[in-house]
Design a protein around this ligand. Structure first.
Ligand code: NAP
Length: 309
């Protein structure tokens, strides 16, 4: 590591406090210098209300990590790249596919690293699963990603507004894992999206994909689930059955647990970003968001009862 990267963090809400702040504090390669948030402050650093103010007053920042909801990410990322900063985007990388392409071009022009992060890909079961599946013939994949929205997103209005993705906000985490571990691409054939009558985004979704060889890949996302979450991906191959559970924390092959080590998604995310910056590389894989966009393009819409938080 040549020098410590001076970092700005934007959008101090749930994920910034739960994961980003501890991961940054534990990473000697980053020094948190400033934060930008309209209603929140972080102790011990310079605080600003907007990213524009932060960029104007902190010219020595090397990098900016963006944790606000996707609907405002493009404008923030553009401002940071135009100010010559490396940028990390929380997932999903944006509210539309094309805005990410524009950011990619801006980053290349500015010779800065753009990292569209997918934290679930850094869960400990993911790389062992990918290695296991690499040489095997996939026969079927079943994804169940179900949780109680009131438990995980209390009071978050943006998830129900256009661009907020609804149940795809967690569901895209499953898609980020699926697109990482399967040896072949998947294509969406059909989808059913359940929209509460008073929201702009779905509360549940059923997706039917096939991989390039025709193997079925089905995904069920549901935000109306009970107190215990179900975050599972089951893959049947020609010789074995693999199961990722707990969102990627655990792995079983043919019913036997595999030791994948401790969960350290966000420390791993920041370490990966640092390496990308050192190497002058980008990491921008929009496939999970493309599958979600395809679900909105192809999906049959069903209206369900209104959502009351
Ligand atoms: P959040 O707490 O609702 O929002 C984060 C912060 O962004 C808010 O506290 C708010 O801070 C700022 N913000 C909200 N709306 C804004 C707007 N219109 N303009 C500018 N700033 C705004 O959400 P979150 O749960 O942290 O999620 C943020 C992102 O992280 C999402 O993309 C989500 O998918 C991702 N993520 C969340 C989790 C999770 O468990 N919650 C896990 C992984 C990834 P100020 O009001 O102070 O500006």
């Amino acid at each position: 590591m040549s020098h410590t990267l001076k970092l700005g963090l934007v959008g101090i809400g749930k994920i910034a406090r739960d994961q980003h702040l501890p991961a940054i504090a534990a990473d000697a390669g980053f020094e948190l210098v400033a934060c930008a948030s309209r209603h929140a402050e972080v102790e011990g650093v310079h605080n600003y209300s907007t990213i524009e103010e932060m960029l104007a007053h902190e010219p020595h920042l090397d990098a900016v990590s963006l944790c606000a909801p996707p609907q405002v990410r493009f404008a923030q990322a553009r401002a940071a790249l135009e100010a010559g900063k490396h940028v990390m985007l929380e997932k999903p990388p944006g509210a539309s596919l094309h805005e990410i392409e524009v950011l990619r071009q801006l980053a290349r022009k500015a010779r800065r690293t753009l990292f569209a992060s997918w934290h679930s890909r850094h869960a400990p079961a993911v790389e062992p699963a990918r290695a296991w599946l690499a040489s095997r013939e996939i026969q079927a994949v079943v994804v169940n990603w179900k949780e109680d929205v009131r438990k995980w997103h209390p009071g978050q209005k943006w998830i129900w507004q256009p661009g907020g993705l609804g149940v795809f906000d967690p569901g895209i985490n499953a898609l980020s894992i699926v697109t990482r571990i399967l040896p072949r691409e998947i294509v969406l054939n059909a989808a059913t999206l359940h929209f509460p009558s008073n929201t702009q985004t779905p509360i549940a979704a059923s997706l039917v994909f096939a991989d390039e060889h025709g193997a079925p890949v089905r995904a069920e996302f549901d935000w109306r689930y009970g107190a215990t979450e179900q975050w599972q991906i089951a893959v049947t191959t020609n010789v074995s059955r693999l199961r990722i559970d707990a969102g990627g924390k655990t792995l079983e092959i043919d019913g036997k647990p595999v030791d994948v080590g401790p969960e350290r998604e966000y420390p791993s995310l920041y370490a990966h970003w640092r390496q990308l910056i050192e190497r002058g590389e980008e990491d921008v894989d929009v496939r999970p968001l493309r599958h979600v966009a395809d679900a909105f393009l192809l999906g049959t819409r069903r209206e369900v009862e209104p959502f009351v938080d």
